[in-house]
Ligand binder design. Sequence first.
Ligand SMILES: O=C(O)CCC(=O)C(=O)O
Ligand SMILES: [Fe+2]
Length: 316
Amino acid sequence: MTFSDGPLLEDAKAARHFFREKGYLIARNLIPATACKGVLSAFQTNIKPSDALFMRQTTTRAEKHNLSAHGLMTNPMLDVHEITEPEHQLFRDAALDVFTSSGLNKALSALLDDEPVMVQSMYFESSRGTDAHVDSHFIDATEPGRLIGAWIAVQDIDELGGRFCVYPESNRLAEDGVFDAEVTQVAQEYERQSLSVIRGYQLEKKSFSLKEVTKTRRLLMQLIKQSGVRVFAPPMNEGDVLFFSSQTLHGSLKPGAPTLEPGELGQGQGQYSRNSLTCHWVPKQQGLMRYRKVVEPMNLNYHNQTWIHQPQTSLT
Ligand SMILES: O=C(O)CCC(=O)C(=O)O
Ligand SMILES: [Fe+2]
């Protein structure tokens, strides 16, 4: 099966239609090279040498860098736009240059059909292979499915570097009448199960139950098999952006393994850099949900002509 990038964003109607049907769209060369290089060099000079604690994507806790045998950071950073320490502003501002770049803003306005508001960001220096998941179970607009993720390559990504991947059309798995009724049923069951595990951990502070996590994973594997959705791990070069819906199943391949499913073991972890930013956006008319619950009021800041939601701090 071959997949395409989708229509150009200049044709906003066609782009929105493709995005709604397929659950993703790729815009090549959207972020200026200077902005990408700015982030790369600020990461190397301003963040990498630091032994400070930074918020991490996998644990949602502040931790020091974990470095691979090849010296690459293996614990991705969370919400880099919210870094407050003055000594790390160089990197935060370089990341903000990317997040607030006019091409990205225009693209998101076209896809959301509203003004975009950034609600989350991440930075990866390398990939460990992210298990396939649906962002909507973690974060979404008040109308589920309206949040859009943007995955941004700030360097040319090696084929073996643990490419980001999506499952085209998986955004509609739980929608009645699109797939076979049995598939829709499994999709809805997977959603209930996944949400209950995530809510238990994040909201009710329960410890992870291996049994429940295994059940979630089994349902996901069954869903992928029964629906026939396939992995698409496109080549991504500096400045390319992959937009994906909060309902789209996505993850990243294990480094060293260009053909395996996300989460399967490859070789070469920590060997290839995969410098990339991701950011998540909701339409301005919407509020924000975490774990499908409204847990925090919107706090909008207007920075460089871009709306950014910041729970605690404000940008100056
Ligand atoms: O880049 C990755 O490996 C995962 C990113 C992701 O899941 C996201 O941005 O929602
Ligand atoms: Fe994700």
